[in-house]
Design a binder for this molecule. Structure first.
Ligand SMILES: O=C(CO)[C@H](O)[C@H](O)COP(=O)(O)O
Length: 226
């Protein structure tokens, strides 16, 4: 199986966890795309009744086109289950997200969810987080100052670009990717980032997942985190 087939495999596996009546958080990214397609099929073919809460405008568009009912996060008082992708997952179930630029809404929906499942192909599993980089969402006002602060700290920041322009998130913020390599103390880094003025959120998702479904050549493997 190639990487896309592994992504499709975990996408299909994850929707087995969705039950009638659930409020379901729908993540963002190429793996989640397969999952949302599979969920749309269950809604259409089985008459599955769910409400989706999305983590990006992209996912809202896809889900709506598939006939999945979508509500805004503030129209629901909780989310039963969120299924999302990840860029890296370490042995101790810590993660990096935000490669697709949706980390802020993803973290808000993750936080509101009773259960969180990540779906990844096996290439996302790492011993130690960091090689992917850490996406950090910053408000445009004063963003260059935040960037320089990160440079001075040795975080090796890079602006996320969209062609010739800075990438803009759904909240119209910028993303700075920290390319510092493997991270010895993710919790310390997360504390530092969230307390940096101008930072809205970062892509370190620590202690935030219950189960990880990994796409392996011999089938999906479910890893229980907590
Ligand atoms: O965090 C994300 C988007 O902000 C995605 O879940 C993450 O980037 C994984 O994406 P993909 O499934 O395309 O590899």
């Amino acid at each position: 199986m190639d990487q896309n087939e592994l992504k499709a495999l975990v996408g299909k596996e994850a929707v087995k966890y969705v039950e009638d009546g659930m409020i379901v958080g729908l993540g963002t990214g190429s793996t989640v795309r397969f999952m949302v397609d599979a969920l749309g099929e269950r809604v259409k073919n089985e008459g599955l009744k769910i409400v989706g809460v999305t983590t990006s405008r992209r996912t809202t568009k896809q889900a709506t086109e598939l006939g999945i009912t979508i509500k805004d996060i503030d129209e629901v008082d909780h989310v039963d289950l969120t299924i999302d992708g990840a860029d890296e997952v370490s042995n101790d179930f810590q993660g990096i997200k935000g490669g697709g630029g949706a980390l802020l809404w993803e973290k808000v929906v993750n936080d509101a969810s009773t259960k969180n499942i990540w779906i990844v192909d096996e290439s996302k599993l790492v011993d130690k987080l960091g090689d992917f980089g850490v996406p950090v969402e910053v408000i445009p006002f004063g963003a260059a100052h935040v960037f320089r602060k990160f440079e001075k700290k040795g975080y090796q920041p890079q602006w996320r670009m969209d062609g010739d322009n800075r990438y803009l998130t759904d909240e119209k913020n910028y993303i700075i990717d920290l390319k510092m390599g493997k991270i010895d103390a993710p919790k310390t880094l997360a504390e530092d980032l969230i307390h940096t003025v101008g930072v809205v959120e970062h892509g370190l998702f620590l202690d935030r997942v219950n189960e990880v479904i990994v796409g392996r050549q011999d089938g999906p493997e479910v890893l229980h985190a907590r």
